[in-house]
Write a protein that binds this ligand. Sequence first.
Ligand SMILES: [Ca+2]
Ligand SMILES: [Ca+2]
Ligand SMILES: [Ca+2]
Length: 202
Amino acid sequence: MAFLVWLAFVLGAALAQGGLAVFTGLVNVTANTFNTVACFPGDTGLQDPAADAADTGGDGDGFELNPLNAFADAGGNATNTDGAADRHRYYNYSISMGASCSITGIEVRLDWWLDSTAGVSSMSVELSWDGGTTWTSAKTDTVETTSEHTATLGGSSDTWGRTWAVSEFSNANFRARLTSNSDDDLRDFLLDWVPVTVYYGP
Ligand SMILES: [Ca+2]
Ligand SMILES: [Ca+2]
Ligand SMILES: [Ca+2]
């Protein structure tokens, strides 16, 4: 009988709300316990690097001029002069998400340009999940401009050819490595910003 009264009340409330059931409270429940932490779909937003290092390749000094300028949008740029084949790492992105999340995509943004479009030039990015020991295949932006343009490599459903663990985005593990490509040794590569966005879900 009590159940029927309750049912009539709920149905009446639902009708009164134009079909929306209204949650009014729990009866005979003393405790609610959630045993797992859900991962709601989302993304990290654009994360800035906070550390960098020149890598081997080319003349071995990467973005030798003002490399820290690539930590932020605007506010000056990093420069790799006569820079064909130079490589440079950016890291300490402080990427954070729930421990139970699955990685659905990784996006690297490059705000960059050239001193000249003479020759054939491009910029590539590889990612590391183990502090720079192992790298993904490279993705390359082949757009040549002499003023800043924004390239987006990867995306919300592109995991760069592998399955990632959340722990692989720690500052100790995750790295982005940029390579300046050109068949002209005189090309200068200018980089304003290299943020990373990680997309995740349950
Ligand atoms: Ca910019
Ligand atoms: Ca250089
Ligand atoms: Ca900048």
